[in-house]
Write a protein that binds this ligand. Structure first.
Ligand code: SF4
Length: 356
């Protein structure tokens, strides 16, 4: 793994800005810079497209002239672009250390161990694995190998219905909160949910009975950015600004979602704010860089955060790292996913197309 020379860190913001614009102009249509909604503004300023991880990966793969894809986001996002890219395209990630703690909570060894335990109960043929987009390529491939699917926060409800029609149980990774919020949406009762804690579940003497009784097995993972939001934050907003609307992301806890006016993906949140009447107040429960940007882009509305919660992993990407990647285009921090993993992950992604 290459190390960025110190000279990039020492550059002034304006010098960085002009240099990035110059490199982008020189590469023209051969380059696409993708910026996830949670990226800081001084990175988003250089994004050709901004959006969510799946949307951005598909957009990049649709650009025939593009040879180089630079994904400003966390690692699983760059891997998704690598899975979906065209043959001649190369994907680079400005900081390979920028991972997603939620995705990392479901490492493939623990998932395989859990699956084997579920299989040991004789129930495995009835279980359909579904993984959230926020997961490693190996977990996506795991689901593809077992006729499962990938889902996003927009289509998790459809994914659960699809999986229920195909099998009898769903094993969902890695976000417990998205799983619980989706279960409520599709009517899976709380008592039919088995929470799979990889640290303790294998020791549970009741495991066989509990797997048999479950409709939904939920991996015990969470996003620390979205679990920062609490019901008392919402209650305080209601007291202080009773006319305001509150929209939150489904990675928030069930309790927070229950107290909000609306819940949905980042794309849904952007539309919600766009469609809010001029002059209205909207409080947003998601990563602070998106909230701040929405506030700037909608000066006719009052857009506030439910609580300031920043994703430090997203924040690792900065203009200096982006410039270095552009200077080493096609070379440093290339993202690789082996061909077998890629093909199986594509199966899980294609299965998603059948319900979205
Ligand atoms: S906001 Fe949460 S889910 Fe998104 S990259 Fe950060 S830790 Fe992962």
């Amino acid at each position: 793994m290459g190390l960025m020379p110190d000279s990039y860190r020492q550059m002034e913001p304006e010098e960085l800005r002009l240099s990035i614009l110059e490199r982008k102009e020189a590469l023209g249509k051969r380059l696409i810079v993708l910026g996830h909604h949670y990226q800081r503004q001084d990175v988003i300023d250089f994004a050709d497209f901004r959006g969510d991880s799946l949307g951005l990966s598909r957009l990049a793969a649709a650009q025939e002239d593009c040879e180089f894809i630079v994904f400003c986001g966390v690692r699983f996002m760059a891997e998704s672009a690598e899975i979906l890219r065209r043959e001649h395209q190369k994907v680079q990630h400005p900081d390979p250390k920028s991972g997603c703690p939620l995705a990392d909570m479901a490492d493939i060894a623990s998932v395989q161990r859990a699956w084997d335990l579920v299989a040991g109960t004789g129930e495995d043929r009835k279980v359909i694995p579904v993984t959230y987009m926020n997961s490693g390529s190996d977990l996506k491939a795991f689901c593809g190998r077992r006729e499962g699917a990938v889902c996003t926060s927009s289509n998790a409800g459809a994914a659960f219905k699809w999986a229920q029609a195909k099998g009898e149980k769903i094993f969902f990774f890695p976000d417990e909160n998205l799983g619980r919020n989706t279960a409520r949406q599709v009517g899976i009762p709380r008592e039919e949910i088995l929470l799979w804690d990889p640290d303790v579940s294998p020791l549970d003497p009741e495991i066989e009975k509990r797997v048999q009784e479950a409709t939904l097995i939920l991996w015990k993972g969470f996003c620390h950015v979205h679990t920062d939001f609490r019901p008392d934050h919402i209650r305080r907003i209601r007291e202080e600004d009773p006319g305001a609307k509150i929209v939150v992301h489904p990675e928030c806890s069930e309790e927070v979602v229950a107290e909000a006016d609306a819940v949905g993906s980042t794309e849904y949140i952007c539309r919600y704010v766009e469609q809010a009447p001029s002059g209205s107040s909207v409080y947003v429960g998601t990563e602070i860089n998106l909230v701040d940007r929405l506030a700037v882009e909608h000066p006719d509305k009052k857009i506030y955060e439910v609580f300031r919660s920043l994703c430090p992993n997203m924040f690792r990407i900065n203009p200096a790292k982006l410039l270095w990647i552009l200077d080493e285009i096609g070379e440093v921090h290339r993202v690789y996913v082996d061909s077998e993993t890629k093909e199986l992950a594509k199966v899980a992604l294609e299965n998603m197309l059948s319900f979205s």
